[in-house]
Ligand binder design. Structure first.
Ligand code: NAG
Ligand code: NAG
Ligand code: NAG
Ligand code: NAG
Length: 425
């Protein structure tokens, strides 16, 4: 190599290290933080596939043993539910449940900048993976907060259960729903639950006290089938067209109403989407049926009986022989009080306020495991310490910044401590 080239190389190396090292050194240190290591390890388990859930169970079993928590796994409907328990000084008091779900929605790698289950960290400290926001972050934050509370030798009066559900993304039918009916769940004696919340693009954080009701509706239209060269009048596609038109007219109205909504009030509006249309078997055969599946969510202000009439009116409008089948139909969604009557809420709001942050309360646009928890009379608040974070739930390039992740642990330490030391009413 010529002398000039060597000199050039020398300058390049010196300049690069001078301009890069301060930032990346700091990031390198953060990447070694055991909480971050655990978070990335958990993210690398592709729990979009239920056959991988057992790896998550093994992961949590190991965490329980490392932090000194009791560990139990239940199979209320075939899929695993993990419970990590820290017994309180006064275990007769109602316990605190720290819930999250192990499953994540699927991720198409071709839509992602980094592989969705690699937990890649970019130069800005953003951790990319499916589940960084929904909801593997809070699971590790709960664990690390409890680890820190243990290290501080702080006495907690109430028992704490870190619970990890399967199947939340598909409605909880093999997770929270059967689990809350078991004697094992009742034995947890839960007084209050924290569960997933939304990312906030500002300095404030969200607290949700109610979920919208979710309906999943399969509507099937029927008509005359036959050879693709014939032209019967009563064909199913005409009815499908009428059905789509009337539903889209309603959707248009909802879209207009949403234009004036901000993020915090989004949960107060109904939404409607047609997510699937099935029909047809061959290019030259007129199908006798088409089935459409719609996803409706509606807020507490909407009357469920009226919504039911609306859906049946669409079916009637589509034409004769149209049938409606509800894959999911929630008629009631109970709210958790966010006033003086709820000491858990008062404690939570005070803790966050004392830390210098603000909680914006609202209705959760989605339907989470808390829907079922609240409906059996247990107060639950949806919360995620994700300030200055763009919500990327179910989207490509879901990520969480490393500083936001670590700050979350700092927030949960006093929050869990204060909730668990709340005296009995
Ligand atoms: C916690 O208690 C243990 C055992 O009593 C003790 O060794 C340790 O120093 C204590 N830690 C703190 C932070 O007080
Ligand atoms: C909903 O509306 C129906 C009539 O459409 C009415 O009978 C019922 O009382 C309403 N329910 C509530 C909770 O307002
Ligand atoms: C719809 O009504 C017409 C006229 O009564 C009848 O011929 C047809 O079979 C009906 N179609 C279905 C799918 O019920
Ligand atoms: C939460 O606490 C703040 C500060 O005390 C208060 O202004 C706010 O009204 C409280 N929010 C609710 C919903 O109770």
């Amino acid at each position: 190599m010529a002398y000039n080239n060597l000199l050039l190389l020398f300058f390049v190396l010196v300049l690069t290290s001078a301009s890069m090292s301060p930032v990346s050194n700091e990031l390198q240190q953060k990447l070694k933080n055991p909480a971050v290591v655990k978070f990335r390890e958990y993210l690398r388990i592709d729990t979009s596939r239920s056959e991988h859930l057992h790896q998550a169970v093994e992961f949590w079993k190991r965490q329980a043993s490392e932090v000194g928590l009791d560990f139990a796994v239940y199979f209320p409907a075939g899929k695993p539910v993990c419970v990590l328990t820290r017994v309180g000084a006064n275990p007769a008091l109602p316990s605190i449940m720290l819930n999250s779900h192990m499953d994540v929605v699927e991720a198409d790698p071709t839509e992602w900048t980094y592989p969705p289950f690699a937990a890649h960290v970019d130069d800005d400290g953003n951790i990319f993976a499916r589940g960084t926001q929904d909801t593997k972050d809070i699971a590790i934050q709960y664990l690390e907060a409890v680890r820190r509370i243990n290290a501080q030798n702080v006495t907690l009066q109430r028992t704490i259960h870190i619970t990890l559900m399967p199947d939340e993304e598909t409605g909880g039918f093999q997770g929270i729903r059967p689990f809350i009916k078991t004697p094992e769940f009742k034995a947890l004696n839960i007084g209050f639950a924290l569960d997933e919340g939304g990312a906030s693009p500002t300095d404030d954080m969200f607290a949700t006290y109610q979920d919208r009701r979710a309906w999943s509706i399969a509507i099937t239209v029927n008509g005359v089938g036959g050879h693709g060269s014939t032209m019967a009048s009563d064909v199913a596609i005409k009815k499908l067209q009428r059905l789509i038109n009337v539903m889209m007219e309603y959707r248009e109205m909802l879209e207009k109403a949403l234009e004036s909504a901000d993020k915090a009030t989004y949960g107060l509006y109904p939404t409607l989407n047609i997510d699937m249309i099935n029909g047809g078997m061959a290019p030259n055969v007129i199908p006798e049926t088409f089935t459409l599946v719609a996803d409706m969510r509606f807020p507490p202000t909407e009357n469920a009986t009226d919504m039911l009439s609306l859906v049946y009116s669409w079916a009637a409008f589509a034409g004769n022989g149209t049938t409606v089948k509800f894959l999911r139909r929630e008629m009631e969604s109970l709210a958790t009080p966010i006033d003086e009557s709820n000491p858990y809420w008062v404690t939570m709001n005070k803790t966050i306020t004392d830390l210098g942050y603000r909680l914006i309360t609202g209705v959760c646009p989605g339907t989470t495991d808390m829907f079922d928890i609240r409906n059996i009379g247990i107060p639950a608040i949806g919360f995620a310490p994700e300030r200055w974070t763009i919500s990327r739930l179910h989207q490509p390039n879901e990520y969480l910044n490393i500083d936001v992740f670590l700050e979350g642990i700092d927030i949960y330490v006093p929050l869990i401590t204060n909730l668990a030391n709340l005296p009995e009413k």
